[in-house]
Design a protein around this ligand. Structure first.
Ligand SMILES: NC(=O)c1ccc[n+]([C@@H]2O[C@H](COP(=O)([O-])OP(=O)(O)OC[C@H]3O[C@@H](n4cnc5c(N)ncnc54)[C@H](O)[C@@H]3O)[C@@H](O)[C@H]2O)c1
Length: 404
């Protein structure tokens, strides 16, 4: 299927730069499933092999059968060869955009990834940034293209899926589309029209901020409830009982989340991108970071008040950053582990999904050997656990209350 006029000069419809990742691969799969001919260019040999073997490099519910289908049909393939960037009418850049160890964003992450591909760009292509970018990066890329003499249209169309829900959300969420020209917007809207009829048009800087606001809003909401949790808990009260009462049949608070570790590869770093954008005067964002990143320290301090941790083996249940996920990036479970390694006699860790951590132990062993347990990640299967030892469960996964 040709998704754009003039696609006859190109052998593929879409190429995704960084398309073997958590955001890129679901999009590649869905675009291919909707009829586009898709190629992924990615620097990871291992992930490219996984994709070409029709194996997901990470868990994403519902993606595996579709990946098999689109690879077998020849509509999706992956390569580490950057010349693939010249094969398609539409280029989507979805490489990672982390902040550094001093919480600085790197506005050059996208230009650097594109730099390797410069020789293969072709006039007439549409270049879409899908990564979450520091405001102004879309304009920077447009200038970079012009300076290099490339006649390409540049657009920014942020990815807003949540990991674990990608396969449904890609086609159910509205797509925010912004182009550096009317033609770029129109072409990007046409491409994302493969996913949904609900296209929301913005200017590029508006769209860049829209994406950062989306994640920061969520991060601040989690911080608010985590602070409420600490207030209630320090008073000896069960925050979950209060939260449930507030939310019950009360429309203005129906979406108040429960307390829990708020981390992962996006919310924290995008809040810090916004902080850098405001010359580090984003007090609310920094306060949210202090609350969310401080929660593991608070939990351990509370446990220290009740137990002599130096004589105890503590078991951590769940090491991924969110429930029912194998993704450990920026997981606060590891911060908790570091703190406990300093305070406790011994720390044991387990996770049913994570395959990349050789120190993980089977759940049964951790349950048997630990004197005290901390539920760090709300995996659904922990709901079934019968635990006969002290447990700190701020998520209320075990339904025994959240007091620590
Ligand atoms: N993970 C999500 O659910 C999600 C949701 C919305 C937005 N985002 C945004 O999407 C972007 C990507 O995030 P992610 O979680 O998919 O990251 P990721 O690390 O899972 O994937 C990035 C991919 O890019 C590849 N890569 C890195 N440098 C490259 C280069 N120079 N050329 C080609 N390939 C390269 C990596 O090998 C990897 O496969 C980020 O900006 C993130 O904020 C992610």
């Amino acid at each position: 299927m040709s998704v754009m006029a003039g696609a006859h000069q190109f052998s593929d419809d879409v190429v995704l730069i960084g398309g073997c990742g958590h955001a890129g691969l679901p999009l590649a799969i869905v675009l291919a499933d909707r009829g586009a001919s898709v190629v992924i260019y990615d620097v990871s040999d291992a992930k490219v092999k996984h994709v070409n073997d029709a194996e997901l490099p990470f868990d994403e519910p519902g993606a595996a059968p579709l990946l098999r289908k689109v690879v077998d049909s020849g509509r999706l393939r992956a390569t580490t060869d950057p010349s693939a960037v010249g094969s398609a009418q539409n280029i989507i850049v979805v490489v990672g955009t982390p902040v550094d160890e001093h919480l600085n964003p790197d506005p050059q992450a996208i230009p650097a990834a594109l730099g390797v591909c410069t020789d293969y760009l072709r006039d007439g292509q549409l270049l879409i940034l899908r990564s979450t970018v520091y405001p102004g990066v879309t304009g920077l890329v447009e200038r970079m293209m012009a300076e290099q003499g490339h006649d390409v249209d540049v657009a920014f169309c942020p990815e807003r899926i949540a990991e674990g829900r990608a396969m449904t959300e890609l086609c159910s969420l509205p797509q925010i589309v912004s182009g550096c020209s009317e033609r770029a917007s129109r072409r990007a809207a046409e491409l994302f029209g493969l996913l949904t009829d609900s296209i929301v048009e913005l200017e590029p800087e508006e769209a860049e901020l829209a994406k950062l606001f989306t994640n920061t809003w969520r991060y601040i909401k989690f911080a608010a409830v985590n602070q409420f949790y600490m207030i209630a808990n320090s008073r000896g009260l069960d925050f979950e009982r209060i939260r449930a009462a507030v939310a019950q049949d009360y429309p203005r608070a129906h979406d108040i989340p429960g307390a829990g570790f708020a981390a992962g590869p996006c919310l924290f770093k995008d809040t810090m991108q916004l902080a850098a954008f405001t010359d580090n005067q984003f007090h609310l964002g920094h306060a949210a970071m202090l609350v969310n990143e401080g929660l593991p320290l608070y939990v351990v301090s509370r446990l220290e008040e009740r137990y002599d941790l130096s004589t105890m083996t503590v078991g951590i249940l769940g090491m991924s950053f969110k429930g029912d996920s194998d993704d450990t990036r920026s997981s606060l479970s590891y911060k908790l582990k570091r703190i406990l390694a300093f305070k406790a006699k011994n720390v044991l860790t387990t996770d049913p999904y994570v395959r990349t951590d050789p120190q993980l132990l089977p759940l049964g062993q951790v349950l048997a050997q630990a004197d005290l347990l901390v539920v760090a990640t709300p995996h659904s299967l922990y709901r079934e656990l019968a635990v006969d030892k002290p447990v700190a469960d701020i998520w209320n996964v075990l339904g025994r209350g959240v007091r620590v």
